[in-house]
Design a protein around this ligand. Structure first.
Ligand SMILES: [Zn+2]
Ligand SMILES: [Zn+2]
Length: 618
C-alpha cells in the first residue's frame, strides 16, 4: 500500500485565519484564571487547518461521494405511502404558536397539520403512527456552530469542564485511556479549561507524566490556542532545551530552559502533533458524519457553520456537496463563509443562496473581536481587575472599526447577509456603526443581518438593533457556564447583568436566537432553552444572573426553531410544522411547557426526523 506523505511543514503551519492571533499569546498566558492578558476565542484557531494538514486523507478523497458512502449505511428509503402521526401534542411553532394533534407527511414534506378526525378523513390510505400523547416539535436549528472544526477534534477525548468537573478528574480519565492504549499510542484529548475546572491553574508535563511516562499525551486547551503535553511527547518529537521557539509561538519553559509541556500557539503545537502517526489516519469524513448524528441525538435537524473554509479552504464547499450527494447526511447544513478567505471566495465565484435545502450558503462571517471570558472581547471600559493602563485591558479588535465598516458595506453590496461576531460592548458599537453605514446606503436588503454572541448590550444598542432590524444570536452558555466568572473576574456585577439580554430584545420586538458555538459549548437546544429560561449558573445553581432577562419557555422554543430558521435564511422551508415545509421534527419524552423549568434539558429526545426519515431513535 502506498504510504501517503505528510504535507509540507509550510502547509502544516498555515492558518487560514490570521497569524496575528497567535502573537497575542505571551509566555505566561496559559493560565486563564489569573491571566491579565487576552486569549483569542476558539472560533478562530490555527489548530483546525494544522490538524487537517497532518491527515493523509486528501481534499480529492473528501470531494468523492464514494468516500462518504463507505463510512455510513444508507438510511431507509422514504416511505411510499403517506405517514399520518396522530395523538401527538404538536407544537407547530407557526406565527401564533398554535398546537395540533395530527400531522401527515409524504415525500419528505408536510402535507397537513391539524385535528386528528380531519386528517384521518383526508388521508384514508395513510400509515397511521400513534404518538401516544408524546410531544412533537419542529426540528431544532443550531444557528451557530463550527462543523469541520468539531469533526477535526471530535475523536479526541473530551476532558473539559462539562465532563470532568476538576483537573484531577481529567487526569484520571486520561490515565484510564493510557492504561487501555497500546504501546507508543498517543493519548489525544481536548477541552481542558483551567478557568472552569478546579484543582490547578495550569497543566504541565509533570502533571501529564502522572498519566503516562511511556505513551505520549497531548491535550488541547478549550480555546484551541494552547495545548499541553507530557515528557514522552516532547521526547518523541525531539524537543528539548535547545529547541528554539517560533517567532509567533513559544514553548513554556522551566527555569533551566527545558520545555514545561505548555505549547503556546499553532506552530509549536504542530511541532509536537506531527509526530503522532495516528493523526495521519484520522478519519475526517467519519468524524463529520458523527457530528451530524450527535446533532440528531440532541434534536438538531439543521445546523449552521459559522466560518467555512478554516480547515481546508475553499475545497470545503465541494466536500459539503459530496457529503450531501452521498445520501448519508442526516442533518441540513447552512454555512457562512469565513471573511479570512475573502479573495479565495471571490475567485471561486460563490454567491449567497448557492445550494439547496440540504446544504446552502447563507452568510458572510466576520470576527470583529475575541471572547469576554478570554478577556479578548473589545470593551468600552477596561476589564474588571485591570487598571486600563494598557491597551490590552480593553480587549482586542480583530478588525478595526473603519475596516469593519468597509467590509460590511462591500459584502452587503455583493448581496451577502453579513454575520458579525462581536462580544464586547465596544465591538458591538463598531458593528452597529458598520451596519449603520450600510443601512444609510440602503444596502441591508438580504436580511436578517446578524450579530453573533452579542454578549454585552446597553439599552441604546438594543434600540439601534431594532432601528436597523438586525438580529442577535446569544451564546447562552456564557450565562450558564461562565456567569459566575463573568461577574466575579471579567466584568463585575453591574456589567455582567448586561449579558445575553434576551428579554430586553424580546420586549423591543427584536427577533433573536440561542446557540452553542460548539466546540465552545456542546450543541444542546434543550439545554440552551433551559439556560435562557432560568439563567441559573452551573457553579452556583441557586443564583440567577439578571433575573429580569429570563424569558418564557415558548419564546425560547421559538428562538431555537422558527427564529433560528429565519436567521439562517431558511424559514420558507424549515423552523415550523406547517403545510408545505420539510418534514423535520423531533418527538420528545415530555412536554417542555409542563416539566419544571430546571428540568427542560433532561427531557429525552425520542426520535429525530429529517426530510421525512427517522434519523435518530432512542
Ligand atoms: Zn465567535
Ligand atoms: Zn463561533
Amino acid at each position: 500500500m502506498l504510504e501517503m506523505e505528510w504535507r509540507s511543514e509550510e502547509t502544516a503551519d498555515e492558518c487560514y485565519c490570521s497569524d496575528e492571533h497567535d502573537s497575542f499569546v505571551p509566555s505566561d498566558r496559559q493560565s486563564s484564571k489569573h491571566r491579565t492578558a487576552p486569549v483569542p476565542c476558539a472560533c478562530c484557531s490555527p489548530v483546525v487547518s494544522l490538524l487537517n494538514s497532518a491527515m493523509s486523507v486528501t481534499d480529492a478523497q473528501l470531494c468523492d461521494v464514494g468516500h462518504w458512502q463507505a463510512r455510513a449505511v444508507e438510511p431507509p428509503p422514504l416511505p411510499l405511502k403517506t405517514q399520518l402521526f396522530v395523538n401527538a401534542r404538536i407544537f407547530t411553532v407557526d406565527e401564533s404558536f398554535s398546537f395540533a394533534e395530527a400531522m401527515a407527511i409524504r415525500d419528505g414534506k408536510i402535507l397537513a397539520v391539524g385535528a386528528k378526525a380531519d386528517l384521518i378523513d383526508d388521508y384514508e390510505d395513510a400509515d397511521l403512527i400513534d404518538c401516544q400523547g408524546k410531544t412533537m416539535l419542529p426540528g431544532f436549528i443550531e444557528p451557530h456552530m463550527h462543523f469541520f472544526p468539531i469533526a477535526t477534534i471530535g475523536k479526541f477525548e473530551d476532558v473539559g469542564p462539562f465532563r470532568c468537573p476538576n483537573v484531577a478528574d481529567a487526569l484520571l480519565k486520561l490515565k484510564e485511556l493510557a492504561q487501555a492504549a497500546g504501546p507508543d499510542e498517543w493519548i489525544m484529548a481536548r477541552q481542558i479549561d483551567p478557568s472552569l475546572q478546579e484543582g490547578a491553574e495550569n497543566l504541565n508535563r509533570h502533571m501529564l507524566d502522572t498519566v503516562s511516562t511511556t505513551n505520549p499525551v497531548f491535550v488541547y486547551n478549550a480555546s484551541l490556542h494552547f495545548a499541553y503535553c507530557n515528557s514522552r511527547a516532547l521526547e518523541v518529537a525531539g524537543i528539548n532545551k535547545d529547541t528554539e521557539d517560533d517567532s509567533s509561538s513559544a514553548f513554556g519553559r522551566e527555569s533551566d530552559g527545558y520545555p514545561n509541556g505548555v505549547l503556546q500557539g499553532g506552530k509549536v503545537m504542530g511541532m509536537v502533533i506531527r509526530h503522532n502517526p495516528a493523526q495521519k489516519n484520522y478519519d475526517l469524513a467519519d468524524a463529520c458524519l458523527e457530528v451530524c448524528y450527535k446533532a440528531n441525538k440532541v434534536g438538531v435537524t439543521t445546523f449552521c457553520d459559522q466560518g467555512t473554509g478554516l480547515g481546508r479552504g475553499v475545497k470545503e464547499l465541494d466536500m459539503y456537496q459530496a457529503l450531501a450527494d452521498s445520501g448519508r447526511m442526516t442533518a441540513r447544513l447552512r454555512y457562512s463563509l469565513s471573511y479570512a478567505l475573502q479573495e479565495k471566495w471571490d475567485q471561486h465565484g460563490i454567491q449567497y443562496g448557492d445550494g439547496d435545502s440540504l446544504v446552502r450558503a447563507t452568510g458572510w462571517k466576520i470576527v470583529s473581536d475575541g471572547s469576554n471570558q478570554g478577556l479578548s472581547g473589545l470593551q468600552r471600559e477596561p476589564y474588571f481587575l485591570t487598571d486600563g493602563s494598557s491597551e490590552q485591558d480593553f480587549g482586542v479588535a480583530y478588525v478595526e472599526a473603519e475596516a469593519l465598516k468597509e467590509m460590511v458595506i462591500d459584502r452587503a453590496k455583493r448581496g451577502w447577509p453579513v454575520v458579525v461576531h462581536a462580544n464586547g460592548d465596544q465591538a458591538i458599537d463598531n458593528t452597529l456603526d458598520a451596519y449603520k453605514a450600510a443601512f444609510d446606503l440602503g444596502l441591508l436588503k438580504n436580511g436578517p443581518y446578524r450579530i453573533e454572541h452579542c454578549s454585552i448590550l446597553h439599552d441604546e444598542q438594543i434600540d439601534r438593533i431594532k432601528e436597523m432590524n438586525l438580529s442577535p444570536s446569544f451564546l447562552i452558555g456564557h450565562v450558564y457556564y461562565w456567569g459566575q466568572a463573568m461577574r466575579d473576574s471579567v466584568f463585575g456585577e453591574a456589567k455582567a447583568s448586561l449579558l445575553d439580554r434576551t428579554a430586553a430584545c424580546e420586549a423591543k420586538g427584536i427577533r433573536w436566537t440561542l446557540h452553542s458555538d460548539e466546540p465552545v459549548t456542546e450543541m444542546g437546544p434543550l439545554r440552551c432553552i433551559e439556560n435562557a429560561v432560568t439563567r441559573r449558573m452551573w457553579r452556583e445553581p441557586e443564583t440567577i444572573l439578571a433575573e429580569h432577562e429570563c424569558i418564557d419557555v415558548a419564546t425560547a422554543i421559538r428562538a431555537m426553531t422558527r427564529d433560528a430558521a429565519w436567521q439562517c435564511h431558511s424559514d420558507h422551508e424549515i423552523g415550523s410544522l406547517e403545510t408545505g415545509k420539510l418534514a423535520d421534527f423531533v418527538i420528545l419524552g415530555q412536554d417542555p411547557l409542563s416539566v419544571p423549568k430546571d428540568q427542560i434539558k433532561d427531557i429525552p429526545i425520542r426520535e429525530t426526523w429529517v426530510g421525512g426519515r427517522c434519523v435518530y431513535k432512542a
